[in-house]
Design a protein around this ligand. Structure first.
Ligand code: ZN
Length: 214
């Protein structure tokens, strides 16, 4: 999806992607939320309390770039994180946040590097995610996290929320969804490899593949 995608197309894409993520077990219950930036600069988000498995095109919320509710149902209470990413990354047109099991499990590990929570185990991870800063634990919906999220998002399109899950921005919803799936698979590999001597990509190998903006 490009910046100029019209709203009906954007609504259909959000619902299709939400269902795909839910039916493949990448999120559960009423967790996880998606958004896209519309051509007028407003944000289209999944609403609060909805399941990504059943949300409908007519049930999406719209906010401005400050996270203020414009129309539709009330947005996800994590809307402030989406807005922070869009403000920090003018080229980003989509944001995906999931509580996917393996990434959430990694976010609960002790001793994570706050500058990069996952090693670059595979080339595709290095290409689609790159560096993954860890943001400290805040209760869901606690918007005191917003300034730090916005500052971090200026330099990173992906972050991991401690004891919670990942947030990833992309140039399109397809790209953001691909990246968050790659993160989930790499988190799974990382957990499978606990206790095994592991050789991630070297910093040079990872840097050569690092994603560019957004
Ligand atoms: Zn969440």
């Amino acid at each position: 999806m490009s910046a100029c995608t019209n709203e009906p197309t954007a609504r259909a894409l959000v619902v299709r992607t939400a269902r795909s993520l839910f039916t493949r077990g990448l999120t559960h219950g009423s967790t996880g939320n998606l958004s896209v930036r519309l051509s007028d600069g407003s944000l289209l988000l999944t609403p609060t309390g909805s399941s990504l498995g059943t949300v409908e095109e007519g049930e999406l919320s719209r906010t401005d770039l400050g996270g203020r509710h414009l129309d539709g149902p009330r947005p996800t209470k994590e809307a402030f994180l989406h807005a922070a990413f869009y403000r920090a990354r003018p080229d980003a047109h989509a944001v995906v946040h999931l509580h996917s099991t393996h990434a959430a499990a990694v976010s609960c590990l002790d001793g994570l590097d706050p500058g990069n929570a996952l090693p670059p185990l595979t080339a595709y991870y290095a290409m689609r995610v790159g560096t993954l800063p860890l943001l400290p634990y805040h209760a869901p919906g606690d918007s005191t996290l917003e300034p730090l999220a916005e500052r971090t998002a200026r330099d990173h399109h992906a972050v991991l929320l401690a004891n919670h899950g990942p947030v990833i921005a992309g140039a399109s919803l397809e790209q953001a969804a691909d990246a968050i799936e790659e993160l989930e698979e790499t988190a799974k590999l990382h957990l499978l490899l606990q206790g095994h001597a592991t050789r991630p990509l070297t910093p040079e190998q990872a840097a050569a593949l690092a994603p560019t903006s957004p």
